[in-house]
Design a protein around this ligand. Sequence first.
Ligand code: ZN
Length: 120
Amino acid sequence: MKIRFTPCPKPEPKEKKKVYVLKRTPLKNKPYKIKFRSDKRAEQEKAYLLIIKLWLVGKVCPMCGLPATCVHHKKGRIGKLLTDVRFFLPVTVDCHQYIEEHPEWAKEQGYSLSRLETNE
Ligand SMILES: [Zn+2]
C-alpha cells in the first residue's frame, strides 16, 4: 500500500530577489516606477484646467441655454486635443452626459466630430 504525502502547506521560504543588471545599464540603479501619467501630461492637464476655467466664462450651453459648466471635446482629448480650444464645446454636465450617451446624435448636431479625420 502506498502512502501519499500531502504537500507541505507551509510556503517555501522566499528566495532573495535576484537583481539582474544589464551590462549597458547606466549606473543609476533606481527602481523604476510606471507613473499613472507622465509629467508632461500632468503639466498639460494643469494647463487645461486653467484654460477651461477661463474659457468657460460667459459661455452658454447650446443645448439647454444655461451657463456652461464643463467642456465637451468634439474630437476627443487625446494628445494636443486636450487643450485645443477649436474643438471645445461649452456644455452643462447634464448635456455633456447626453452627448456622451448619444454619439451618433451628437455628430448629426455637430456637437461631436469624427476622431479619425485630422485637420492638422
Ligand atoms: Zn446644457
